[in-house]
Design a protein around this ligand. Structure first.
Ligand code: GLY
Length: 397
């Protein structure tokens, strides 16, 4: 064989190896094309949302029956999801309009770094500035995030071993399962400042929560009312679920996501086990419908007529895709399959909006707060955000 033929065969071999690799990647992730299309769809939807959004407001929800929006100020716990969603879309589609709108709204959100009246700073600042520092960084983001971590840490009570969620009555120190989602910001703060106090607060909060929030079947209570002076548990109850002893669907999703992050950040196997047990509770639940979009509470009284909560599904999908990375092959496969089922179902009717509808939000049929009769069967910013995050995670795997 002369030199020319040898080079020809070498090139042919290399091409076939590249094609085989690309094909195997594609066949392992058959949903990639669908998700890329979904991001293009989201880009068009978010232009509708951005066009309707008053200059000084943040999107909250939209009521399809009356065609009315509800907006919020930057202090609402969901204010970080809109910029976070815009950044996730921008990362996939590279449409500069998404980035420009994200940058505009981040400016409005910036002042919340000093807010010490809420535990939601992780949601508000890490889903927004935390993504911005990776996707479209600016030097000022580091200081904004460190200040946010300081504000969040100011709510930690060492006697209770928790960050206070809600400012209740004098003798109440209320902690909700959702608070697990705010800890990621603290881990980041320790990494960039070298100050281990943030890390210690996050670990202490997670350990206290593991002790008191969970039942033997690894479902969780929504609210624990501690005595702030002694740390004693005074009450275990719900706020947004059906009953004190029920399993509010989004609460289970927050716990799953929260302990997955705990394992990522500490590599302590007790958190991996905790996340896997929560996953088992969710996935093996006899009330989980075949399409894997849960009823708003696993113990809702009127199942199967009860409303679904698509937001709980999107959070669960995103968490499972990460948890799979830390789990053995068989669990990984089952988490991946579950996440795929959720995402496929969220990507079509009745959960995916029709083009230009749903006020520009992508996902419909979520439940915010049924006992409070607010945000019932509507789109919600965090359903979209975690749906985008889950698809991004899938595409990056
Ligand atoms: N409290 C946050 C939520 O509704 O999930």
């Amino acid at each position: 064989m002369n030199n020319y033929s040898l080079r020809f065969f070498q090139t042919l071999l290399l091409c076939s190896m590249v094609c085989t690799f690309a094909w195997s990647q594609q066949s392992n992730k058959p949903l990639s094309k669908l998700f890329q299309q979904n991001f293009k769809f989201a880009e068009a939807q978010y232009k509708v949302l951005a066009k309707n959004l008053p200059a000084d407001k943040f999107p909250k929800t939209f009521f399809p029956n009356t065609n009315k929006y509800e907006w919020s100020n930057s202090g609402w716990w969901c204010s970080g999801f809109y910029p976070g969603s815009l950044l996730y879309i921008y990362q996939q589609t590279h449409d500069k309009a998404m980035l420009d709108e994200a940058n505009r709204i981040l400016k409005l959100l910036e002042k919340e770094q000093f807010n010490t009246t809420t535990h939601d700073l992780g949601f508000m600042m890490f889903c927004s500035f935390g993504n911005a520092k990776d996707i479209a960084p600016k030097p000022e983001y580091k200081d904004i995030l460190i200040q946010s971590a300081k504000s969040l840490a100011s709510r930690f009570n060492p006697t209770v071993g928790c960050i206070k969620s809600w400012d209740g009555k004098k003798d109440e120190f209320l902690v909700i399962i959702d608070n697990m989602m705010n800890l990621e910001l603290l881990f980041w703060a320790t990494k960039v400042t070298g100050d281990s106090s943030y890390y210690k607060i996050a670990v202490t909060h997670a350990n206290t929560t593991m002790k008191h929030h969970f039942r033997p079947d690894f479902s969780s209570y929504h609210v624990i009312n501690y005595n702030g002076a002694t740390g004693a548990v005074q009450q275990k109850r719900t706020a947004q679920g059906f009953a004190d002893e029920s399993a509010w669907a989004r609460g289970q999703a927050w716990g799953l996501y929260g302990y997955t992050v705990m394992y990522r950040e500490t590599k302590n196997p007790i958190y991996l086990k905790q996340a896997q047990q929560i996953a088992k509770y969710i996935m093996a639940n006899p009330h989980l419908p075949a399409d894997k979009i849960p009823f708003w509470d696993y113990n809702a009284p009127n199942i199967p007529e009860a409303l679904r909560d698509a937001s709980a599904a999107s959070i669960t999908a995103s968490a499972l895709l990460e948890l799979g990375k830390y789990s053995n092959a068989s669990l990984k496969k089952s988490y991946f399959k579950e996440a795929e089922t959720i995402l496929v179902n969220l990507s079509k009717a009745p959960y995916k909006a029709r083009a230009g509808m749903n006020g520009g939000f992508v996902i419909q049929h979520c439940v915010g707060h049924i006992p409070g009769n607010t945000e019932v069967d509507v789109p919600l910013t965090y359903a979209d955000y975690y749906y985008f995050e889950a698809m991004k995670r899938y595409l990056e795997m």
